[in-house]
Design a binder for this molecule. Structure first.
Ligand code: DQA
Length: 149
C-alpha cells in the first residue's frame, strides 16, 4: 500500500513557530513520527506501507504532487494543507481530480481557533478529518486509510 503524506506552508518551521499552538518538536521529528506510524501500521498489511512524505510552502507544488500521486498509483493521501486549508480551491480540486481517498490532518483544532480557520476547502474533498491531536493525528489518518472507522 502506497501512502503520501503532504504538508503545507510553514510546517517546516515546527518547533520554532508558535510552540504553544504547534508544539516544540521540529519537522524532522514529524517526518520520523509518520515513518514509524507507517512502519507499525503496515505490519497488519501484506507488503506493508510504502510511505512518502513531502512538504512545500507553495500551493502549486502541492497541486503538482497530488496530481503525481495519481500516476504513481498512490492508495491514500494524508494532507495537512496548513494555511492553504482555508483558501485553496486548487488543492481541493486536485484532491477531487485524482479520486484518491484523502484524510485531512491539523495539529491544532481549527474549529476552536479564529473564525477564518473554520472553513476547510481541502476538507470538502477528504473522507475524514483529524484535528487537535498533534502528531498523533497523522497516525490516526493512516489508520483510517487502512481500516476505516
Ligand atoms: C494547521 C492549522 C492552520 O490553520 C494553520 O494555518 C497551519 C497549521 C494545523 O496543523 O493546525 O499552518 O494546519
Amino acid at each position: 500500500m502506497k501512502i503520501l503524506v503532504l504538508n503545507g506552508p510553514n510546517l517546516n518551521m515546527l518547533g520554532i513557530r508558535e510552540p504553544a499552538i504547534y508544539g516544540k518538536q521540529d519537522y524532522h521529528a514529524l517526518e520520523a513520527y509518520c515513518r514509524e506510524a507507517c512502519r507499525d501500521l503496515g505490519e497488519s498489511i501484506p507488503g506493508g506501507i510504502d510511505c512518502e512524505i513531502y512538504q512545500s510552502n507553495h500551493e502549486g507544488d502541492l497541486v503538482d504532487r497530488i496530481q503525481q500521486a495519481y500516476f504513481d498509483k498512490v492508495d491514500g493521501i494524508v494532507i495537512n494543507p496548513a494555511a492553504y486549508t482555508h483558501t485553496s480551491v486548487a488543492i481541493m480540486d486536485a484532491l477531487k481530480a485524482v479520486s484518491i481517498p484523502a484524510v485531512e490532518v491539523h495539529l491544532s483544532n481549527i474549529d476552536e481557533r479564529e473564525e477564518f480557520r473554520h472553513i476547510s476547502y481541502a476538507g470538502k474533498a477528504c473522507v475524514k478529518s483529524f484535528m487537535g491531536y498533534g502528531f498523533e493525528g497523522y497516525r490516526k489518518a493512516v489508520e483510517y486509510l487502512i481500516h476505516g472507522d
